[in-house]
Design a protein around this ligand. Structure first.
Ligand SMILES: Nc1ncnc2c1ncn2[C@@H]1O[C@H](COP(=O)(O)OP(=O)(O)O)[C@@H](O)[C@H]1O
Ligand SMILES: [Mg+2]
Length: 421
């Protein structure tokens, strides 16, 4: 068997020592020593050493181990991660697998046999991933004489609009942004995932006989044709929120996850998700899965406080900071919280501002005619058009560089696990 380069990140010496001794006794292991004691340095080491396998202690200091795993798998594949903890609870194993770890072992059951099996499996995955990488590279680079085939249809870009505090303009922005994107020949679907108080039907004046709740009974068979049944066509296409509270509770996190995956098979350029502020399983899932997350706030202290708390949570929720677009709605130039002050307070750039225009928004929302459709010249409409341009340009960076990603994640994480002595 080919040698496997292994790095261990473990903070507890009593565990680390046993683990390393066992690893050194496995003939196919090429063990890389390190004295790293936080995830920031760990990432640098992974970058320079390019190990095949990382064995990661569950309590390693720095960013959350699951989030760390996710970053490694997205940025440094084919490197595999085996997580290790004193005990392997069903929940921790599930979270590790969802983050992309290939195995989870517990110190309680640690033995050479167990470790050998886990490493053999990880080694196999590394060579498979290396092979697919080579194959896909060959596919991507066309022979110079051949004609380039027309590009395949890209899957829809998913954009979630969210605020940890209600009443700041999430629905207003979703409805208007959807109309601007649709006006440029794009196919746009709005999904009202504010299951309890969704208002997209009202704001778009698109009454629907169906709602997302109708998909619950098809949860084991959610193909495109089934999803299409509940879509209403109008200014934009819409999957409406349920009309009763009873129906809304039926859409659990796992059910919405299935619906969400089904959406990517539909023929849309953009899927916009209107969310409620309560962090239910479904909302967390949508924020996690969406490619872009428009985070909405206002210049009110209560909104900024909620945003601050939410930003502290994103590491734990495994929401990638690079996909965030911070939009301050109802913006007033003479307010105390200027853009610079907001940036300082939230440790994050304000990506965009939307001006306060009470009369226009009130009328548009009550009539169900988004202001961008008939009051295009107004500053508020122009600001939504600019927001659509930001999204179309795609300058929400997708994992541009691991160090930058980490820097932001680290800032957002206040809960650094304490070293046990
Ligand atoms: N830019 C704005 N200027 C003035 N009023 C606004 C603006 N955006 C939203 N509103 C008002 O704020 C309230 C909440 O908006 P809504 O879109 O329903 O927020 P959310 O979905 O976050 O609860 C509504 O009364 C709406 O008319
Ligand atoms: Mg709303």
């Amino acid at each position: 068997m080919e040698k496997i380069k292994v790095i261990v990140f473990e903070i507890f010496p009593k565990f680390g020592k046993t683990l390393i001794e066992l690893l050194k006794s496995i003939p196919f292991v090429e063990f890389v020593e390190n004295d790293v004691n936080n995830t920031e340095e760990a990432l640098e080491l992974v970058y320079s050493q390019k190990p095949d396998v990382i064995i990661l202690g569950n309590d390693f200091p720095g960013i959350d181990g699951y989030y760390f795993t996710q970053i490694i798998r997205q940025e440094a594949a084919p490197t595999q991660i085996i997580m290790i903890a004193e005990m392997a609870s069903a929940e921790s194993v599930r979270q590790a697998m969802r983050a992309g770890a290939c195995d989870f072992i517990s110190y309680k059951k640690l033995s050479v046999e167990e470790l050998t099996l886990a490493l053999e499996h990880a080694g196999k995955l590394v060579s498979e991933e290396k092979k697919t990488k080579v194959l896909s590279k060959e596919k991507i680079e066309p022979a110079p004489q051949k004609q380039i085939k027309p590009a395949e249809k890209q899957p829809a870009k998913t954009i979630a609009v969210y605020s940890p505090k209600g009443g700041v303009g999430v629905s207003t922005i979703t409805a208007n942004l959807a109309c601007v994107l649709a006006a440029n020949d794009n196919k746009v679907l709005v999904v009202d995932a504010d299951f309890l108080f969704g208002d997209m039907e009202v704001l778009l004046n698109q009454r629907s006989n169906n709602s997302i709740a109708d998909l619950v009974r098809y949860k084991d068979n959610l193909d495109e044709d089934v999803i299409k049944i509940v879509i209403t066509h109008g200014k934009v296409d819409l999957i409406a929120a349920p009309s009763t509270a009873e129906e809304s509770v039926e859409i659990t996190g796992p059910v919405f996850e299935k619906i969400f995956s089904g959406l990517s098979n539909l023929d849309y350029d953009y899927v916009l998700i209107n969310t409620g502020s309560y962090l239910s399983d479904s909302t967390i899932m949508a924020l996690d899965k969406a490619e872009t997350l428009i985070l909405v706030g206002t210049q009110e202290i209560s909104s900024i406080r909620a945003l601050h708390m939410f930003l502290n949570l994103i590491g734990t929720l495994r929401i990638h900071p690079e996909k965030l677009l911070l939009v301050i709605n109802r913006f007033e130039n003479n307010a105390i919280l200027t853009k610079d002050r907001l940036k300082k307070r939230l440790e994050m750039d304000v990506s965009h501002i939307i001006p306060q225009d009470y009369g226009t928004v009130l009328l548009a929302n009550n009539l169900g005619v988004p202001f961008v459709t008939d009051k295009i010249k107004l500053p508020i409409s122009q600001s939504i058009i600019e927001l659509a341009n930001i999204i179309k340009k795609g300058n929400v960076n997708k994992f541009p560089n691991i160090a930058k990603v980490f820097e932001k994640a680290k800032k957002s994480l206040t809960i650094t696990r304490k070293k046990k002595s």
